[in-house]
Ligand binder design. Structure first.
Ligand code: ZN
Length: 196
């Protein structure tokens, strides 16, 4: 099981929405008890179709490890979004030899899904539960395997706030379209299978 603070969870979810319909991601670090204590957002460096692919450079991976070391944390792994895919790792994702994979699915954009997986030898994956806690350590979202959709874990009021935030991001994006930098070099590629 992983535990993440609401602040970091919101940071990741906002990044996911701001980059929609393109994939985005970064690095998560934490302590040995599964508490996520560091988030390093990264630009998508994929040279191909960024709707379907998230790429990190070798420098990004190095920065991720340095970021973890600097804060005395363990490098947990990479998180990335599937703007149109399910919250399940693709063959490409699994082939990156990461111990853990974190995937945010925006297939239902207004009802996102945040999933964590342990990658086992033989490429099998196990879905991990995630608890989102507030600054006082109180659980605000309890993401269980059986209840993956955000709407199943939070109140109608919270969903309403989220939808207002997403609408604001959609409006903002329409006014100022963002261009993400591209880099030819790719050390790791994460993508989703269109058939998945
Ligand atoms: Zn993926």
């Amino acid at each position: 099981m992983f535990i993440i603070t609401q602040h970091q969870y919101d940071l990741i979810m906002r990044q996911a929405q701001e980059n929609y319909p393109y994939e985005t991601g970064g690095v998560l670090c934490g302590s040995s008890d599964g508490v996520i204590k560091g988030v390093l957002p990264l630009y998508n460096q994929a040279g191909g179709d960024q709707h379907k692919e998230f790429g990190m450079s070798a420098d990004d991976i190095l920065r991720g490890h340095e970021f973890a070391k600097k804060h005395g944390l363990i490098f947990f792994g990479v998180y990335h979004t599937h703007p149109n895919g399910i919250a399940y790792p693709s063959d490409q994702d699994i082939s990156n030899n990461q111990r853990f994979l974190f995937i945010i699915s925006l297939r239902d954009r207004y009802n996102p899904e945040f999933a964590a997986y342990s990658v086992l030898p033989g490429r099998a994956v196990i879905r991990e539960d995630i608890q989102v806690v507030n600054d006082n350590g109180i659980t605000v979202i309890d993401i269980h395997t059986g209840k993956p959709k955000l709407s199943e874990s939070v109140s109608t009021l919270e969903m309403g706030k989220l939808h207002t935030l997403i609408d604001a991001i959609v409006d903002e994006r329409a006014k100022y379209p963002r261009l993400s930098p591209k880099n030819k070099f790719e050390a790791s590629r994460f993508s989703f299978n269109t058939e998945a």
